[in-house]
Write a protein that binds this ligand. Structure first.
Ligand code: HEM
Ligand SMILES: *[C@@H]1O[C@H](CO)[C@@H](O)[C@H](O)[C@H]1NC(C)=O
Ligand SMILES: *[C@@H]1O[C@H](CO)[C@@H](O)[C@H](O)[C@H]1NC(C)=O
Length: 318
């Protein structure tokens, strides 16, 4: 307990220090690499043409990057020797499309060698992923440095899909993010897919008395059960996170209000008056959702813990 409080205090100090230290700016590469935006957007666009799961993968990758050691590209590093990297940490399920970042980096090295950080490439790619999916566009502050450490064990710092509202609130506030940020950023679940293992807690053995989470719409729950039947368990089975999983819209919030959310952590947003009110607000207004999402994305993607270098290859430290 004492060590938990110590950790929380330490994290709070780190967050306040880094918000002083980080001087990100939207025109950071104006003179050193003016092509950066178009090159990253091109790489994301090209990959998405071939694989519709690329945008959701990039958005989630950026979230994982920022929640472990700040947005420093640590999620991109590969395991080297005995040091297992974040990539190979426990909740890496569905992390993919690393090649998109690597391709963008290669193209950038050809025109402005040693200039653009991998952390910035990922932040840009996440924005491009949202815009390409029909979501909002915004200017991404840049100037992150790449970290040199990536540890699989640290992925335990990521929020789990079984977290309740107080655990989610704690996880976000440790990183300087509010309940409003939590609700707006959970809207990232308008894109992509969850494997059965991520929501199995809701559809069988939910509690000693109930097999199924009673907050789920019953027919929706049986549909999830049939997709994840233990006996005919198909590898990689699961469910889209919302009904329009390649389109960035506010359907996620509408479905949540109908008992049709996928993760317990989504459902948890309805268990606190502040977050519940925000869910309703975003369900009723795509515009309010987009405005809040952009604001919170900029906040999340500005968590920097003082990276050290500009990598030459995104999966390797220099
Ligand atoms: C609030 C805490 C969060 C929890 C507990 C959480 C948990 C999860 C889980 C368990 C999955 C499914 C993984 C799988 O089964 O393959 C997932 C998918 C996803 N998450 Fe979250 N997430 C959270 C917040 C966020 C945030 C802040 C973003 C980005 C803004 C985000 C974006 C995504 C995306 C896009 C996917 C789909 C990935 C894909 O299809 O490849 N999540 N999340
Ligand atoms: C996730 O971790 C497993 C186990 O270490 C590893 O085999 C797999 O390649 C990792 N997935 C990704 C996308 O890196
Ligand atoms: C959330 O879970 C934690 C850990 O299991 C527990 O201590 C806490 O009371 C729970 N909070 C709510 C609001 O359910």
């Amino acid at each position: 307990m004492a060590s938990t409080i110590g950790m929380v205090l330490l994290m709070m100090i780190m967050v306040s220090l880094t918000s002083l230290a980080s001087a990100l700016s939207v025109n950071y590469y104006e003179h050193t690499c003016p092509q950066v935006e178009s090159i990253v957007a091109g790489a994301v666009h090209k990959a998405t043409m071939n694989d519709k799961t690329v945008p959701s993968a990039l958005l989630r990758m950026h979230f994982h990057d920022c929640f472990v050691r700040g947005c420093d590209g640590s999620v991109l590093l590969k395991t080297k020797g005995k040091n297992k990297a974040e990539k190979d940490g426990p909740p890496n399920i569905s992390l993919h499309a690393f090649y998109v970042i690597d391709n963008a980096k290669k193209a950038l090295e050809a025109v402005c060698p040693g200039v653009v950080s991998c952390a910035d490439i990922l932040a840009l790619a996440a924005r491009d992923a949202v815009t390409l999916s029909g979501g909002p566009n915004w200017e991404v502050p840049k100037g992150r440095k790449d970290g040199i450490i990536s540890k699989a064990t640290e992925t335990r710092q990521l929020p789990a899909p079984t977290f309740n509202i107080s655990q989610l609130q704690q996880s976000f506030s440790q990183r300087g993010l509010s309940l409003q940020d939590l609700v707006a950023l959970s809207g990232g679940h308008t894109l992509g897919f969850a494997h059965c293992s991520s929501f199995q807690n809701r559809i069988h053995k939910f509690s000693p008395k109930q097999a199924v989470d009673p907050s789920l719409n019953p027919s929706f729950a049986s549909n999830l059960q049939s997709k994840c039947h233990i006996k005919n368990k198909v590898k990689n089975s699961g469910s889209p996170l919302d009904s329009t999983a390649t389109y960035f819209d506010n359907a996620y919030y509408k479905l949540l209000l109908q008992g049709k959310s996928i993760l317990s952590s989504d459902q948890a947003l309805l268990t606190h008056p502040t977050t519940k009110a925000l869910v309703s607000k975003y369900a009723h207004s795509q515009m309010e959702f987009e405005r809040a999402f952009v604001k919170s994305m900029i906040k999340m993607s500005s968590i920097t813990n003082g990276g050290k270098q500009i990598r030459l290859q995104c999966n390797l430290v220099r």
